[in-house]
Design a protein around this ligand. Structure first.
Ligand code: SF4
Length: 361
């Protein structure tokens, strides 16, 4: 393959056709990093408002480091993959504490920070600091698998190593950041998963998969199995116009977010029995399940849930503890205060019912 001609063609195309995205107008490593964290596994139209909100609220890494975790998570609400937000916050604090507020300039140092993997490190180091290191994200994987007609499964570690090797061999010493952005942009706009627009592709003449007519069969992927499904119940407990919510531990799925007490329904268990058991285990109190408020279906990356929210009341004079095995903190909040707390997306699908119809209780 004529590497230098391919690079040139790609860069010429990129300078003409690149979408004018806000992070393309800057070499500020903080803003580039912000964009990379937010845009991972997120469509641009979905991630863009989040990027703009974070950049406006926290214009520098010091501003982000000084924010509370609750505020950082609240702004992230609805974007999913909350570990990214927590890692972003931790990294901002480490950059301020360990590096005096300046980003390390080398990919290998950037990778030592929470949540910065080889891809993000390569993107920041090449775009902000001009280090000739490659990036391999989903778009780059697809473009390279087609250009080089890789017929091994893209999810295999060996193929992944091969992709990084190819990407490194293509990355130029001059303008590596533009080249990396160009190949990602090609994957996002022309070499798309279905029906790549090969007639408008600037590197079509070097594309082996296209020459063989197999571009739509690349990359080769593992067959997907349906994700598991969990039945979830939550207890909406009200007292004096306030609702009981708990904060999930920082580590793990949806860490640091607020939710209503509850959990998975066990095989053969009724929703009512599951509510009683979960509240006893989580809060140490006996509850009386009442009527159903809403049933919500929601899909996470690796599983799906059906969540049923029930009105519940506390039996007798049981006292609610300040924290529980499942929650680092428990609070009584009014429906008007829900906006001050970051909830998982599934909860948003019924929170409005509590706001609009407090008379339900
Ligand atoms: S020619 Fe087609 S398949 Fe090959 S890189 Fe270009 S858009 Fe992708």
């Amino acid at each position: 393959m004529q590497t230098s001609a391919l690079r040139r063609a790609l860069l010429v195309w990129f300078r003409r056709a690149a979408r004018p995205l806000p992070w393309r107008q800057t070499r500020d490593p903080y803003l580039i990093w912000l964009c990379e964290v937010i845009m991972q596994q997120t469509r641009i139209d979905q991630g863009l408002p989040y990027y703009e909100r974070y950049a406006a609220r926290y214009p520098t890494v010091r501003d982000l480091a000084a924010a509370s975790e609750d505020d950082v998570l609240k702004l992230w609400e609805g974007l999913g993959y909350y570990t990214r937000a927590r890692n972003m916050h931790r990294t901002a604090r480490r950059i301020v504490e360990e590096y005096g507020g300046e980003f390390p300039q080398k990919a290998e140092l950037l990778q030592l920070l929470p949540g910065i993997g080889p891809y993000a490190a390569g993107a920041i180091a090449s775009i902000a600091f001009g280090e000739a290191v490659p990036v391999v994200d989903g778009n780059v994987r697809r473009v390279l698998a087609r250009l080089y007609n890789l017929d091994t499964c893209i999810d295999d570690p060996q193929t992944e190593r091969e992709l990084w090797r190819i990407a490194a061999s293509l990355t130029p010493a001059r303008n590596p950041g533009d080249f990396n952005q160009a190949i990602m942009e090609l994957g996002a706009t022309i070499c798309v998963p279905r029906k790549p627009d090969c007639t408008h592709c600037p590197v079509a003449r070097w594309c082996v998969a296209r020459a063989l007519g197999v571009q739509e069969q690349r990359p080769v992927r593992k067959r997907k199995f349906p994700s598991p499904h969990h039945e979830i119940v939550v207890a909406v407990i009200a007292r004096d116009g306030r609702y009981l919510i708990g904060k999930r531990p920082a580590e793990g799925l949806l860490g640091g977010l607020w939710e209503f007490p509850g959990g998975k329904v066990r095989p053969g268990e009724t929703h009512q029995a599951a509510l009683v058991r979960e509240c006893r285990e989580e809060l140490g109190v006996a509850v009386r399940p009442g009527g159903l408020i809403a049933t919500i279906k929601h899909a996470y990356t690796h599983f799906r849930i059906t969540l049923s929210a029930y009105r519940c009341s506390i039996a007798g004079k049981s006292k609610i503890p300040a924290q529980s095995a499942a929650h680092t903190e428990l609070r009584w909040v009014s429906a008007a205060e829900f906006d001050d707390y970051a909830f998982p997306k599934a909860n948003h699908k019924f929170l409005h019912l509590l706001r609009e119809e407090p008379a339900l209780f």
